[in-house]
Design a protein around this ligand. Structure first.
Ligand SMILES: Cc1cc2nc3c(=O)[nH]c(=O)nc-3n(C[C@H](O)[C@H](O)[C@H](O)COP(=O)(O)OP(=O)(O)OC[C@H]3O[C@@H](n4cnc5c(N)ncnc54)[C@H](O)[C@@H]3O)c2cc1C
Length: 497
């Protein structure tokens, strides 16, 4: 432990035990602060949770992990070896893709192998692909230090050589073109453009709106790799929780925060289950819109809380009494008309009749996640946010369309094999984590300036109030949530007490 003595007298209260809340707690406890987490649910992890039922285990939130080094960093800074807690398996093949025209493509993780295989399946040369990878790497290298690892809301973040370099190269970044136009211009084969357009969904956005700078997302997957945590994604929140408890972070479950107490423009504590708790610093890991609802009505919510939200999802957790050789851990069944699908989600606010289906089967890696000769299917489609729709009717028709598509692609009668079912709707996601309108990743990146339009990690109206998690800078998804925790810790460390 390297905590300073000065910090030992400072109390920090954190609202929520999502991945960002727990990571922030570990980082700050490690600096010597007294850290207490107040979580409304009966367990930790927020969206990173699991369900065990009838011999099946399902990860019920995120399923794809990249950049596990950001998790390792947290263990290391407390002097612990991650291998004693958490192990990751690097995937050799990232995802199985099924196209409506019958094309199948199993995407290798290694770049050269990918280019070789893709050039045999799609109308593209290996060199064209290698050039595309290099351009995406350049975009990431030019911007990650500025957009992802620092607060964007402090002047000091802009006064660096790094920022100057990015400004000089702004033309290469693809801020003024959308991702789909960029991919269409790069690849003559529409199937390959659709493959790369899909990465917009990694932060719940539309490839027809999100800027082409987002082509750096496949770079993260192909450069850093895709990993499976042994035991499932839930192990990430479980092991971070165990580490936090071990170093002395206090967790309070079934502890709903009703109010952030503000006095003389300073956050001075929380009302939890109607009881006052005084603290020196307050950090909210809850959705930013919900967080403003916890403040006095005199505090006007920042305009950015009204920005378009990322998409939501309907998830069918299916226990399937059959093994499918053609499926792996990650599988995608593409829609025939991708543009129509995203217009439906973001413009028409309805569920596409032919949605792209994602199936995550952890029993492919963890055989104990399903009974013998069975598989655990986490079957997800992207859908609009929750605006009070009648989800039960929508779920019924979505299920019919999903089954029809899977039956056609896999040449089976899937319903005969479904042994167990549980459905998760956008309303369920909203209720469980207070995520605004059931969005998966906070604000969408459907605006060219979205990186600059996310809420800051601190309040410029209220002193001693900070924000981490998927709905604030730098954004949603596990890696960015982990970075938000680091940014908040750095801001608190810099603060003059
Ligand atoms: C279905 C789904 C699939 C996803 N897929 C991926 C993926 O494959 N890869 C990836 O990287 N990311 C994925 N994500 C996104 C990722 O899960 C999130 O970005 C991330 O887990 C959010 O973490 P967070 O720290 O913001 O907190 P959350 O997980 O949002 O947790 C916030 C916590 O705060 C608590 N809370 C809220 N309000 C209060 C209150 N008033 N009082 C007390 N407690 C409160 C909540 O109960 C919750 O536990 C997915 C998300 C979903 C839902």
């Amino acid at each position: 432990m390297i905590g300073s003595k000065k910090n030992k007298t400072k109390n920090i209260s954190i609202i929520g035990s999502g991945i960002a809340g727990i990571s922030c707690a570990i980082r700050l406890k490690n600096e010597g602060y007294n850290v207490k987490i107040y979580e409304k649910n009966k367990s930790f992890g927020g969206k990173i949770d699991e369900l065990k039922m009838m011999g099946y285990r399902f990860d019920i939130g995120p399923s794809l992990l990249t950049m596990p080094d950001l998790i390792e960093e947290i263990f290391e800074l407390t002097g612990k070896k991650i291998d004693n807690y958490l192990n990751f398996k690097k995937k050799k093949y990232i995802c199985n893709y099924f196209y409506e025209d019958g094309t199948r493509f199993n995407a290798p993780a290694e770049k050269k192998e990918f280019a070789k295989r893709a050039s045999k399946t799609f109308n593209v040369s290996e060199n064209e692909l290698i050039n595309y990878f290099e351009l995406n790497k350049k975009k990431y290298d030019l911007t990650n230090g500025i957009f992802l690892r620092k607060s964007l809301h402090k002047i000091s973040s802009y006064l660096s050589l790094e920022t100057f370099k990015a400004i000089l190269n702004i033309g290469k970044l693809g801020i003024f073109k959308n991702l789909s136009d960029f991919n269409d211009n790069t690849f003559s084969d529409k199937r390959l453009a659709q493959f790369y357009n899909r990465f917009a969904t990694y932060n719940g956005s539309s490839p027809y709106k999100t800027p082409a700078i987002m082509s750096m997302i496949p770079h993260l997957e192909q450069h850093y790799g895709v990993y499976f945590p042994i035991g499932g994604m839930r192990m990430i929140s479980k092991k971070l929780f165990e580490l936090a408890v071990e170093i002395g972070v206090e967790f309070n479950f079934k502890s709903e925060v009703n109010e952030i107490i503000i006095k003389n423009k300073k956050a001075i504590g929380l009302v939890v289950n109607q009881k006052q708790i005084i603290s020196d610093i307050v950090i909210s890991n809850s959705d930013i819109e919900h967080t403003y609802g916890l403040m006095s009505k005199k505090i006007t919510p920042s305009n950015v809380t009204k920005n378009e939200k990322s998409s939501s999802a309907i998830i069918f957790l299916w226990g399937v009494k059959k093994k499918f050789k053609e499926l792996d851990l990650h599988n995608i069944f593409f829609s025939a008309d991708y543009k129509q699908e995203f217009d439906d989600i973001f413009l028409n606010k309805k569920i596409s009749k032919d949605p792209t289906i994602y199936i995550n089967i952890t029993s492919k890696e963890n055989i104990e996640d399903a009974p013998v000769n069975c598989e655990n299917w986490f079957t997800m489609i992207n859908v609009p946010n929750n605006y009070g729709q009648d989800w039960s009717d929508l779920i019924k028709s979505a299920k019919k369309n999903i089954i029809k598509k899977l039956n056609k692609n896999l040449k089976i009668d899937l319903e005969n094999y479904i042994d167990f079912e549980k459905v998760i709707s956008p309303l369920d996601i909203e209720k469980k984590t207070n995520s605004s309108n059931g969005s998966l990743y906070g604000a969408s990146s459907n605006d060219k300036f979205s990186a600059l339009l996310r809420h800051s990690n601190f309040s410029n109206k209220i002193k001693n109030l900070f924000f981490c998690g998927g709905s604030v800078h730098p954004g949603g998804g596990i890696p960015l949530c982990l970075l938000s925790a680091k940014i908040v810790t750095d801001l608190i460390k810099e603060q003059k007490h």
